[in-house]
Design a protein around this ligand. Structure first.
Ligand SMILES: [Zn+2]
Length: 65
């Protein structure tokens, strides 16, 4: 059973909140095996997951008036 890229990315973001079921992981894995872009996307999500609590906020307060 194939899932769509949209569902795959949904599972990826979901995995940040909670561990995926065995079934969900299997679906995601099957998809990323066949889908290059989603594979790269998953790598990004894993990086975010490892980073923990680091919001991608780049508040540049460079005082160069
Ligand atoms: Zn995909």
């Amino acid at each position: 059973m194939m899932i769509m890229c949209r569902e795959a990315t949904k599972l990826m973001s979901l995995s940040l909140d909670r561990p995926l079921n065995r079934r969900e992981r299997l679906k995601l894995r099957l998809h990323t095996m066949m889908c290059g872009p989603c594979r790269r996307c998953q790598a990004q999500f894993e990086l975010l997951h490892r980073a923990g609590e680091t919001p991608p906020k780049t508040d540049d307060t460079g005082g160069d008036a």
